[in-house]
Design a protein around this ligand. Structure first.
Ligand code: HAS
Ligand code: CU
Length: 581
């Protein structure tokens, strides 16, 4: 009955470091978000419009890459060690991947911040969707590559820990949290190869001037090959907490271990061959390939719908254990005063709303209405910005005592914080969706074109802008409260031994013994995932390359390699001739 820090002090240190890095990114990212909102609706302008992309890039990268991924490597480390009841193999190795991720972040941040300072001749105003034709300073790409390698090594750490556990426990089922981590990491490997290829083969050599041009559509397609799967890389840790923590905090058990395994297998298999749904409007990709991506995307709704069922059933079980009754009356018996519970439940509710905008996005023909409008920004502030971010903040209130050995400071402040996030996001995201329907573009500092009026189906532009500003301010205040709770908890005194909750997660009503063994056959699911990726991507990529060339029209395959080889051969020949004469 001890806390995580008592069980695994060295790992707890890494989780702590990862979380604090993540929280620092959240704090800065949120402040930049407020600056942008105020700028776009022209309330207060702190920056020049020309700098808007620099701010937006920093906002996007800090929040969707640094905040999310540092936090999730922390959760995954906790999940593997706790569920296997085993330390990581070699803590030096663990420190190495954390160090690489941090180094990558710093390298990428230098040109991003440089872009904001006039006297520095560097910039990376390429947004978090960093495909060509926009170009960043090479340090940005190098930093991202180093960061991704760090996450790959983190996966190696978890896989090897599981492997050594397996040797000691032959024939046993993979504990559910570790199963979730491993399946997620497999699709992360499969999908992040795309972005690694895009960076190392094209964007980095291009920014270094080694090649003169790239095939913009190819870099976009490689980006989205990764860019869709990455959203589930953010989501899976949140789902993991909904499956293994929310039932416990609700006072009950996880409804079904087998269903949870099916869900994670479906994500492993289907997350990657869907990326082209971000490119419905890209010329140069045949409609048939887009249609295939749409069909895969619709199948990909299934694991989330299963999750909605399982997680709500588990919450209901918890509520009934606490004396709740009636068709909906049980909802009142849930622990609404607990910020960990309320934060996660509100995140789940928001995600149900996000599913509607996601389905609209995914429909090929309706997508034409909303693509590149503020609707999409509304969509992803509900998904990554709430389902994921609010879950991460809420579970932090459970994790902080576990990783610091200190009592959580200000439970009621924490409760106010999660509710404020929900309210702020309701205003902001709803208004963004509605503005998008009226044609309000995304990614611009100056959305109001001259001699053009946005026509609203209901309400007015002023009303929507007011809601966005109000929402943005509430979200910023919520972030400040979150940081306050973290800082005050960390500054507090160590709790007396035995006074903090134990490091435990939910039991199951239907356990792994009810799960077909084949679900744990990771090799099989990996093979199917690879085959689906080949089916979805081989032809589109071949067609993009055959029409546009690997490095754009008119440039042969691998020009630099060929030229470099010629130079090396010539130099070698000259040297040999020189030596023999
Ligand atoms: Fe998305 C664009 C389609 C989910 C993130 N998405 C984006 C972008 C981002 C993003 C960042 O098809 C913009 C990228 C850019 O910069 O251009 N998205 C979908 C679909 C889903 C979806 C079909 N997206 C996500 C998630 C994200 C995310 C998750 C981040 C974490 N999205 C698209 C498409 C585009 C797109 C197109 C391109 C648009 C364009 O034109 O540019 C689905 O996965 C959603 C399925 C969700 C469900 C909901 C299940 C409900 C649950 C709640 C249970 C309730 C609980 C609480 C636990 C079916 C699980 C109960 C509480 C009580 C009190 C009872
Ligand atoms: Cu997507």
């Amino acid at each position: 009955m001890s806390t995580y820090i008592e069980q695994f002090p060295e790992e707890a240190r890494i989780v702590r470091l990862a979380f604090f890095t993540s929280f620092a990114a959240l704090a800065v990212g949120a402040a930049l978000g407020l600056i942008q909102v105020l700028h776009r609706v022209d309330v207060v302008r702190f920056i020049d419009s020309a700098k808007y992309y620099d701010v937006l890039t920093l906002h996007g990268v800090l929040l969707v890459i640094t905040f999310t991924i540092f936090f999730l490597v922390g959760i995954f480390t906790w999940a593997v060690t706790t569920s296997l009841d085993r330390s990581l193999g070699n803590i030096r190795f663990t420190q190495t991947w954390y160090g690489l991720m941090t180094l990558g972040t710093v390298l990428a941040a230098i040109p991003m911040v440089g872009g904001l300072i006039d006297s520095i001749e560097m910039s990376a105003a390429v947004l978090f969707t960093f495909y060509a034709p926009m170009q960043a300073h090479p340090l940005f790409y190098l930093g991202l590559a180093v960061f991704v390698v760090g996450t790959w090594l983190a996966g190696v750490d978890w896989f090897t820990t599981w492997w050594s556990w397996k040797q000691d426990n032959p024939g046993e089922r993979i504990p559910l949290p570790t199963f979730m981590v491993l399946t997620t990491m497999i699709f992360w490997y499969l999908s992040s190869i795309g972005v690694a290829a895009s960076i190392l083969l094209f964007l980095l050599p291009w920014s270094l001037g080694i090649v003169d041009q790239v095939n913009a559509l190819l870099t976009r397609t490689l980006f989205w090959y990764f860019g869709h799967a990455v959203v589930y890389f953010w989501l899976m840790p949140a789902y993991m907490m909904w499956y293994i923590m929310l039932p416990k905090i609700s006072g009950g058990k996880l409804f079904s271990d087998p269903l949870a395994r099916v869900v994670f297998v479906l994500f492993l298999v289907l997350s990657t061959p869907t990326g082209i749904h971000h490119q419905y409007l890209d010329p140069g990709i045949a409609e048939g390939f887009k249609f295939m991506a749409m069909v895969n995307t619709m199948f990909l709704l299934l694991p989330s719908l299963l999750t909605a069922f399982t997680v709500v059933a588990s919450m209901e079980h918890g509520a009934r254990q606490r004396g709740g009754s009636g068709y909906f009356g049980w909802l009142r018996a849930l622990p609404w005063r607990d910020p960990v519970f309320t934060g996660m439940a509100l995140a789940g509710l928001m995600f149900a709303a996000a599913a509607f905008s996601g389905m609209v996005n995914a429909g090929m023909n309706i997508n034409y209405l909303v693509h590149n409008t503020w609707w999409v920004v509304g969509h992803f502030h509900l998904t990554v910005g709430t389902a994921v971010a609010l879950t991460f903040m809420a579970v932090s209130y459970w994790f902080l005592p576990q990783i610091t050995g200190k009592k959580l400071w200000g439970k009621s402040v924490a409760l106010a914080q999660v509710v404020l996030w929900f309210v702020g996001m309701t205003f902001m995201s709803n208004a963004m969706h509605r503005s998008g329907l009226a044609g309000m573009p995304r990614r611009t500092a100056e959305p109001q074109y001259r001699n053009f009026e946005f026509e609203m189906a209901a309400g007015s532009l002023g009303e929507l802008n007011a809601q966005v500003v109000l929402g943005g301010i509430l979200l910023f205040v919520s972030t400040l409260l979150f940081v306050l709770v973290v800082v005050m908890t960390v500054l507090g005194d160590k709790a007396e031994p035995g006074t903090l909750p134990a490091n435990e997660y939910a039991d199951t009503l239907s356990g792994p013994e009810d799960s077909p063994k084949v679900l744990d056959n990771l090799k099989l699911w990996t093979a199917i995932a690879v085959i689906l990726v080949i089916l979805a991507y081989a032809l589109p990529l071949a067609s993009i390359i055959s029409r546009g060339g690997v490095f754009g029209p008119g440039v042969g395959t691998y020009p630099m390699v060929v030229e470099t080889l010629q130079v090396i051969a010539q130099t070698a020949a000259d040297t040999v001739v020189g030596v023999t004469h």
